[in-house]
Design a protein around this ligand. Structure first.
Ligand SMILES: [Fe+2]
Ligand SMILES: [Fe+2]
Length: 363
């Protein structure tokens, strides 16, 4: 690519009022195309009109030019590596982006931190341990999209924009659990290598497909189910609010991942086996997480309410919680068109709770 010299001749002509006006007169723009705001304002769906609204399956160029613009023939190549729409797209992207922008919240202002009261030390410890794990895992869901964002063709800009909202959401989740661990005297707990191994699997994914299945569908799906159980495990209204607000965000990320996988498989069913093998690997590590005391016992203690109650219940409460988490994950796989019942790489002992909740879990 050659960089043209500054056009001093143009400058001299313009100073005399002799303008080019080519952009005004000769442009192939879509004059007259007019987006109408909907009830909530002018949404991304409202402006998906004219040639701008056409998202090509295989863009002709790799530039940052907006779709629908009249592009110079000699624009530089940005080197994007994700140039197939099905690699990142989902039918709910535009709506999820709008929702993300309108439902941002503040971990500083929107959590009733002053209502935090002194808890039983064991319960405080459990909450801090769980907060440590959550604060640790949340950031991968920012790092992974950030790693792939620049590689995505700009014609799929809505996917990029949605992933930007996810990065912000996850920064806030990391923040809120770090704040919770430090806000009531417990402090940060243990970081386990098995947790880091799962995070590394996502970061090291060779393709966006692989990382997205492991993260949006499996990892975040499990975290979403845990947040959904917030009423059961939150020791005070403070944690209830934290879980509720995080759950809203997490539901968007999982909705994207599920619908993206569905979009991908509908266009190329032959990829099913690839996705199965990604999830085979991920579930093996998730199985280890389900037998990691820092993860299992902190949630069991919170659900039971005391050490004594937890010991009396044994893993009864944990079985139900785990069963619900796994059942919801399997439902998402079904919904994405990748049924994993009968194939899931979890020991039968870990699946005992699934049968109990089966049929009682909303999809
Ligand atoms: Fe999150
Ligand atoms: Fe997330």
């Amino acid at each position: 690519m050659t960089i043209e010299a500054t056009d001093l001749e143009y400058l001299r002509h313009a100073q005399e009022g002799k303008f080019d006006w080519g952009w005004l007169r000769d442009t192939k723009s879509e004059w007259g195309v007019r987006a109408k705001p909907s009830k909530v304002g002018l949404t991304m769906r409202d402006i998906a009109i004219g040639s701008y609204g056409d998202v090509p399956d295989h863009p002709a160029r790799r530039t940052m030019a907006p779709r629908g613009s009249d592009v110079d023939p000699d624009v530089p190549d940005m080197g994007y590596t994700i140039n197939d729409k099905a690699e990142v797209w989902s039918d709910n992207l535009l709506e999820l982006y709008e929702e993300a922008v309108s439902r941002q919240w503040s971990a500083t202002r929107d959590i009733p931190w002053t209502q935090l009261e002194e808890l039983d030390p064991d319960i405080e410890h459990a909450m801090c341990q769980l907060s440590t794990v959550l604060s640790e895992v949340e950031m991968v869901a920012a790092d992974f999209p950030a790693k792939w964002l620049w590689r995505i063709n700009h014609d799929f800009v809505e996917a990029k924009m949605f992933l930007c909202t996810q990065v912000m959401d996850e920064a806030r989740h990391t923040e809120v659990f770090r704040k919770r661990a430090l806000a009531n005297g417990g402090g940060l707990g243990k970081s386990k290598s098995v947790v880091e191994r799962f995070l590394k699997l996502i970061l090291d994914a060779q393709t966006y497909d692989e990382g997205s299945a492991l993260m949006h569908l499996l990892g975040e799906g499990i975290v979403l189910s845990l947040f959904r159980a917030g009423e059961l495990i939150a020791p005070s209204p403070v944690e209830k609010k934290i879980f509720r607000l995080c759950m809203q965000d997490e539901a968007r990320h999982v909705a994207y991942g599920t619908m993206h996988l569905r979009y991908r498989l509908e266009r190329d069913p032959s990829m099913a086996e690839d996705f199965h093998s990604y999830l085979d690997k991920g579930e093996e590590i998730i199985g280890m997480l389900f037998t990691t005391p820092e993860v299992v016992e902190s949630t069991t203690l919170l659900a039971a309410g005391s050490l004594k109650a937890a010991e009396e219940l044994g893993l009864g409460a944990a079985d139900i919680l785990r069963g619900r988490v796994i059942e919801e994950y399997l439902q998402r796989c079904d919904h994405a068109g990748l049924p994993r019942r009968g194939r899931v790489k979890l020991a039968p002992e870990l699946l005992v709770g699934v049968a109990r909740v089966n049929g009682e879990v909303a999809s």
